[in-house]
Ligand binder design. Structure first.
Ligand SMILES: Cc1cc2nc3c(=O)[nH]c(=O)nc-3n(C[C@H](O)[C@H](O)[C@H](O)COP(=O)(O)OP(=O)(O)OC[C@H]3O[C@@H](n4cnc5c(N)ncnc54)[C@H](O)[C@@H]3O)c2cc1C
Ligand SMILES: NC(=O)C1=CN([C@@H]2O[C@H](COP(=O)(O)OP(=O)(O)OC[C@H]3O[C@@H](n4cnc5c(N)ncnc54)[C@H](OP(=O)(O)O)[C@@H]3O)[C@@H](O)[C@H]2O)C=CC1
Ligand SMILES: CC(C)=CCC[C@@H](C)[C@H]1CC[C@@]2(C)C3=C(CC[C@]12C)[C@@]1(C)CC[C@H](O)C(C)(C)[C@@H]1CC3
Length: 518
């Protein structure tokens, strides 16, 4: 990666600064009257469509047809001499990342994006089989009323199964169950030859199963995934614990991330400044035992944005307990898109706005992305940070200190997860299994000396030095050799060689590096 190219970024002229400022401040003039109703309409229509599909149970038959179509596309590509690289047809504006893929421009697009239905729920085997385009919002809406949930259910409604498996996924259930890939039992995939395979971790199975997570669709096309489910209850009893120093946060989070604890099912923390933070411990619950305990349906349209609610609570009390409806809990960061919506609709958390227009929120991320003007993209390029660094929990204090020195964006998202020793890109170098933590920084920085490429390189180098990993939806500036230091490519490269992927798919690095994303 040639970071010199970014070193030379031309600073904006005064005129550009003014236009950027206006676009940034007044983006809501477009978002509120147009995107909000459009998002609401889209979600309603798609929800009705999904309910009808479940009612007539047409998804399994359609699945066979859709997979056949993918195989036909691949047959044709093989007959034409395998001349181009293969990618998924899902358009760039739909994906949950800031960037648009450039590598798709001259590639052959395979129609995995037509696969967006739930195929089977088997409560005997405690599994759900789903197509890769199924979203987290769809799954939680389907499973929770039936008394089940995914052990790890990432919070943004529009994240897809295909993206969370071929990329990665982490959530507050991860401290016990691991990452999204660790709750998967089987993958149905189509190889570049057109062959349909089902792979799992069983001894007769194939190490291909371990090569797929994080591979960004550069080994095969995922057409269905079988995923573990667990029983759930109606509420999450959430305990909010204030921490007053960074050291206290790190110590308590380490003690609280006990995967064998009986009464904790979710662990998440928010750091509000260098010192003040809040750890949230959740437990599945049937509801309050006494009348004076509070039920707080935080997902309702008139409720405060979740992260502001947390900060208000810890400003008042050292510790509080609330009962939150389960689906509201899972999607607690959706309504405010973590804390990104404060820049887009600055009055979005205002009580009057919430009561009048809150039911239309949030705007669909894909629609926001498709309509982001170029001027704003440039501004975001210069001062907007989006990084998730996955580091060992024992290194949390120095990592947060580094984030504070380099970007100083708060809240910081802290999500512990259990990293199992397994073959694959995320193979641990020096441990059998270990507790890790996702440190997520999202927002605009005003830190002096911040430079998107140089600062990211500082963070990347640190993450490699502690055997950490960088989430691949974010901007990655490290060179290919460093990527191979961070991720273990042995199984990946071996599978690509033996499964005929080298001429069929781009190399993973060419999909994730900043140069190949706009
Ligand atoms: C990381 C890695 C690097 C390799 N590098 C080379 C190489 O440089 N040269 C070479 O000739 N061969 C290499 N191999 C191939 C390996 O030694 C076998 O020959 C190969 O896996 C058999 O291929 P297969 O796809 O038919 O079977 P596989 O799908 O690989 O499975 C064979 C059996 O081994 C098990 N298995 C596979 N990988 C693992 C693993 N990592 N941990 C635990 N169980 C596993 C499977 O579950 C299955 O039971 C490598 C394999 C791996 C995993
Ligand atoms: N809590 C969390 O864990 C969060 C995670 N994220 C990140 O967002 C991303 C998910 O976003 P989403 O929009 O759902 O996914 P994307 O469309 O961004 O897909 C991510 C990668 O997976 C590949 N892929 C997707 N579907 C398939 C398939 N069926 N077969 C083979 N490869 C596939 C894509 O390949 P191609 O390039 O060919 O399209 C792409 O490289 C993940 O990378 C995740 O880490 C974001 C927010 C929260
Ligand atoms: C591991 C975890 C929890 C990751 C969370 C990542 C989210 C915060 C990211 C994923 C997609 C994301 C990059 C996005 C944006 C904000 C941060 C998001 C939501 C926004 C909405 C910021 C505003 C931009 O104009 C634009 C609309 C392009 C993007 C779209 C993607």
């Amino acid at each position: 990666m040639d970071i010199e190219k970014y070193e030379e970024d031309v600073p904006p002229t005064r005129w550009e600064n003014i236009v950027e400022f206006i676009m940034f401040r007044f983006r809501w003039l477009f978002v509120v009257p147009f995107l909000l109703p459009l998002s609401f309409l889209f979600n309603t229509v798609f929800d009705i469509r999904n309910r009808l599909i479940h009612l007539v149970n047409s998804a399994p038959n359609a699945h066979v047809r859709k997979v056949n179509y993918i195989q036909e596309q691949l047959k044709e590509w093989n007959e034409n001499g395998r001349k181009t690289k293969l990618v998924n047809a899902r358009p760039g504006w739909l994906t949950m990342s800031f960037r648009f893929p450039l590598y798709k421009e001259n590639a052959t697009k395979i129609a995995t994006d037509k696969l967006f239905d739930i195929l089977e729920l088997d409560v005997e085997r405690m599994i759900i089989k789903v197509e890769p385009g199924v979203t987290m919002g769809q799954i939680s809406r389907y499973l929770i009323p039936r008394g089940y949930t995914l052990p790890v259910l990432p919070e943004l409604d529009d994240l897809t199964i295909g993206g969370l498996i071929n990329g990665c996924g982490v959530e507050s259930g991860s401290f016990r169950h691991g990452m999204f890939q660790h709750i998967c039992e089987q993958f149905e995939v189509v190889m570049s030859s057109g062959e349909l395979r089902t792979v799992g971790p069983d001894p007769e199975g194939n190490s291909l199963f371990y090569a797929i997570p994080w591979s960004q669709g550069t080994i095969c096309f995922l057409t269905a995934a079988t995923i573990k489910i667990i029983p759930c209850k109606k509420y999450v009893k959430l305990t909010y614990k204030k921490t007053s120093t960074l050291n206290e946060m790190c110590q308590s989070l380490t003690t609280d991330s006990d995967r064998f604890a009986d009464n904790v099912d979710f662990v998440e923390a928010l750091q509000f400044d260098k010192n003040k933070g809040c750890i949230m411990l959740g437990e599945f619950s049937d509801g309050p035992d006494t009348d004076d305990e509070v039920i707080n349906p935080i997902g309702r349209w008139y409720k405060k944005w979740f992260y502001t609610h947390v900060e208000d609570l810890i400003n008042k009390r050292q510790q509080s307990v609330e009962y939150i409806p389960l689906r509201d809990y899972y999607h607690r960061h959706s309504r405010s898109i973590f804390w990104e919506l404060r820049d887009i609709v600055p009055f979005g958390n205002n009580i009057i706005f919430r009561y009048l227009m809150g039911w239309l929120c949030p705007p669909k991320i894909a629609f926001l992305k498709a309509t982001t003007p170029n001027v704003l993209r440039k501004l975001y390029d210069r001062s907007h940070v989006l990084q998730d660094m996955l580091i060992p929990l024992e290194n949390l204090e120095e990592c947060v200190t580094l984030f504070d020195e380099e970007v100083e964006i708060y809240p910081l998202w802290l999500c512990p997860f259990y990293l199992k020793y397994q073959p694959g890109l995320m193979r641990l170098k020096n441990a059998t299994s270990k507790m890790y933590v996702d440190v997520g920084a999202y927002g605009v920085t005003t830190k002096k000396g911040y430079h998107h490429a140089r600062t990211t390189r500082v963070l990347e180098k640190y993450v490699i030095s502690v055997n950490g990993f960088q989430m691949t939806y974010a901007d990655i500036y490290m060179p290919k050799a460093e990527y191979a230091e961070m991720f273990d490519r042995t199984l990946y490269d071996w599978k690509r060689t033996t499964e005929g992927c080298l001429d069929a798919f781009p190399d993973i690095y060419d999909k994730i590096c900043r140069n190949n994303r706009r």
